[in-house]
Design a protein around this ligand. Sequence first.
Ligand SMILES: NC(=O)c1ccc[n+]([C@@H]2O[C@H](COP(=O)([O-])OP(=O)(O)OC[C@H]3O[C@@H](n4cnc5c(N)ncnc54)[C@H](O)[C@@H]3O)[C@@H](O)[C@H]2O)c1
Length: 485
Amino acid sequence: MAEERAVFDSEAAERVVAEVRESFNSGKTRRYEWRVEQVKNLLKLVDENQKEMIDTVHSDCSKPEFETFAHEIALLKNSCKLAIKELRHWMTPEKVKTSITTFPSSAAIVPEPLGVVLIISAWNYPFLLSLDPVVGAIAAGNAVVLKPSEISPATSSLMAKLLGKYLDPSAVKVIEGATSETSALLEQKWDKIFYTGSGRVGRIVMAAAAKHLTPVVLELGGKSPVVVDSQINLQVACRRIISGKWGCNNGQACIAPDYIITTKEFAPKLVETLKQELERFYGKNPMETKDLSRIVNANHFARLSKLLDDDKVSGKIVHGGERDKTKLQITPTLLLDVPRDSLIMTEEIFGPLLPILTVDKVEDSFEVVNSGTKPLAAYLFTNNKRLKDQFVACISAGGVAINDTTLHLTVSTLPFGGVGDSGMGSYHGKFSFDAFSHKKAVLYRSFAGDAPMRYPPYTKGKLRILKALLGGDIWGLIRALLGWS
Ligand SMILES: NC(=O)c1ccc[n+]([C@@H]2O[C@H](COP(=O)([O-])OP(=O)(O)OC[C@H]3O[C@@H](n4cnc5c(N)ncnc54)[C@H](O)[C@@H]3O)[C@@H](O)[C@H]2O)c1
């Protein structure tokens, strides 16, 4: 594997781009029939290889079958089905109004494919984060190069094998590899780069794209807060927090709750209920459960251990905290009242640790959230309408869910993406098609109704007519046309 990777240099990347560009330039990827056939083939790929896909993700990070089915297979199939159903409609030019200055005329927004696009994905939902953007890219009529993550190597190889078999290999290619392969790909000129991963690498991607003025979508991460008010159904709230945290790849998910904010008064009740529900879900010894993914590799295990070993959080663990380095396991861990300048509160956690901050009044949580970088998701549990409205209005985040966590991602009519440090651009549903399309502005005119006033010589009379016309001054226009002062 290492030898294969070594030969994928800049020249090899250039050849790949030239090949897919030739395919795009042939015009075939623009055709509705090609696009819909490719998406149907992708759906078939998932249908026919579901078991192998689930087993492969399990071998990469021991993710439970339930999670891979619900969070990857099912969502991916939905995306394919929606694109198949809606593609004609999405491709249809949208007629729009024109203005008086172009009368008589008509106009339309015509979506056109961008060309050759690069998709770089993250390891934690390896199929979904790779293939969901691919659905959008091919539905929009582009040729695609996909670079899956080397951190989930078995899934990466399976995707290379399956996409080669099910999709048009001249227009959709998978390049496996890590930093050197990605760097070689990033040197090339693309028509769009769609990147999912950390902000650190997002900056590298954006700098490389800038050299060719290539637009980017950056799907990054961040610290997604959960604000918990007191007058709520606490058991349901805790279950939904647990499901969005440990039930999403054991916290290794971009929109998993990163930390909780609640009032000092309510915190003990919240911690107690979280503990009870955690035990109900994962048993007395969560090291033994099959329902939690492991930490993906030794680097991530060391990174998470560092967050726990920070002096600033010593004595703050109120639940869990057990670690097994050989099995790459850390039990669901709650920390209470950690300082805001501790490592765990300044870095994205991306793992099974959940710190709880306390404030005097629940409204004080807004300042805490807004003092950090803009998160990918923000959650609020409350029955208070005013608080909900304030939260939606005052918290800037990629997406918000009230009285739940993570589920907004499953609503295909909502755009999914970040803001500020959590990313730029969005996808899912029609937004995926839009992410990979250029919206071309087209104005249609005939030779009738040619207005001499737009041409030189520019006279005072013509200027008067123009001012009246653009100012919507009907009487002024009539007077100007009749030459009255
Ligand atoms: N917004 C989202 O949809 C979303 C989804 C999943 C993960 N994430 C975020 O991704 C991060 C974790 O994922 P990850 O560990 O796979 O991210 P990562 O940034 O380490 O890797 C992502 C991709 O970048 C490539 N890469 C790594 N180093 C590179 C370099 N120096 N030059 C060029 N390419 C390089 C990798 O090969 C991989 O394909 C978290 O921050 C998480 O929040 C975001």
